[in-house]
Design a protein around this ligand. Structure first.
Ligand SMILES: *Cc1c(COP(=O)(O)O)cnc(C)c1O
Length: 267
């Protein structure tokens, strides 16, 4: 994205005054997106490496000493399970929806947009549904797919995508063959307070925008800071996140920016 702005959008301006262009990838505050929304995890980390990491996140690297530490792994897993129970109770209270806190929480929360590809996530739900229907006796990891976000008032296609997701949910959630192995929840009225509740409870973070379209993303960072694994494309800040975490710790898939451009050129 930083190369898109000077070389395409403001090309003439850039050719005249290149020094006037520079890029800062944006970010999130660990005070809100860890300490405030997930005090349990913040404590488990502070017990090992002290509290200074909240003002200097690079200090999280000190946790590398604990990657194989069973007590640390147990503590982190326990906090995640507590957060999942708490979010299940929150959903029941505020949305009158019941979910299975022992299922994998697979979450995509962000504004609804074609480039963010909630539609791709929806096709994946249909694929999982068909797999269960085809081999109903096979064992599947129970999964609760949650998708949330608002559409801009005039964005017709975004509203149709919401309609599709809720309609797919109606079929999946009421199929007795599927049972509690797959549930689809639409998180209405997605906002910061809902983000602070769902992100600490998430197992899987969906960051699947078409490569070359997301300038940075910040939702991706919030999930990672709360111990969710990411499935995502090489787009926006996912690129730097995969680099920092190591690609072996990141579920990367799909076309790279160059592949998308080559496909666009071919038409
Ligand atoms: C962080 C946040 C966003 C941005 O999410 P992206 O995944 O980066 O698009 C949008 N809405 C809310 C309420 C947020 O907290």
């Amino acid at each position: 994205h930083p190369s898109v702005v000077p070389h395409y959008i403001f090309k003439d301006f850039y050719d005249l005054e290149p020094a006037k262009f520079q890029n800062k990838t944006n970010g999130i505050t660990p005070r809100r997106w860890l300490l405030l929304c997930n005090p349990g995890l913040a404590d488990v980390i502070a017990e090992r490496i002290g509290e200074d990491y909240l003002k200097d996140l690079s200090q999280l690297k000190k946790l590398l000493d604990y990657v194989d530490n069973e007590a640390f792994i147990r503590d982190v897993a326990k906090i995640k399970q507590e957060n999942k129970l708490k979010f299940a109770a929150y959903l029941e209270k505020h949305y009158q929806v019941q979910i299975n806190p022992d299922s994998m929480f697979d979450v995509q929360v962000k504004r609804i947009h074609e480039y963010k590809r909630q539609l791709l996530n929806c096709l994946h739900i249909i694929t999982l549904y068909n797999r269960i229907r085809m081999e109903p006796n096979k064992s599947f990891v129970p999964r609760t797919v949650m998708i949330g976000g608002k559409a801009a008032p005039g964005y017709h296609m975004a509203k149709m995508i919401i309609k599709l997701i809720t309609s797919v949910g109606e079929v999946v959630n009421n199929d007795p063959i599927v049972g509690d192995r797959l549930k689809v929840i639409y998180l209405e009225n997605y906002k910061v307070s809902l983000a602070e509740a769902v992100i600490p409870a998430s197992d899987l973070s969906q960051q699947i925008s078409t490569a070359g379209t997301e300038a940075s993303g910040t939702g991706n960072m919030k999930f990672m800071l709360n111990g969710a694994l990411t499935i995502g494309t090489m787009d926006g800040a996912n690129v730097e996140m995969a680099e920092e975490a190591g690609e072996e710790n990141f579920f990367i898939f799909g076309m790279r920016v160059e592949d998308v451009e080559a496909m666009d050129k071919k038409g």
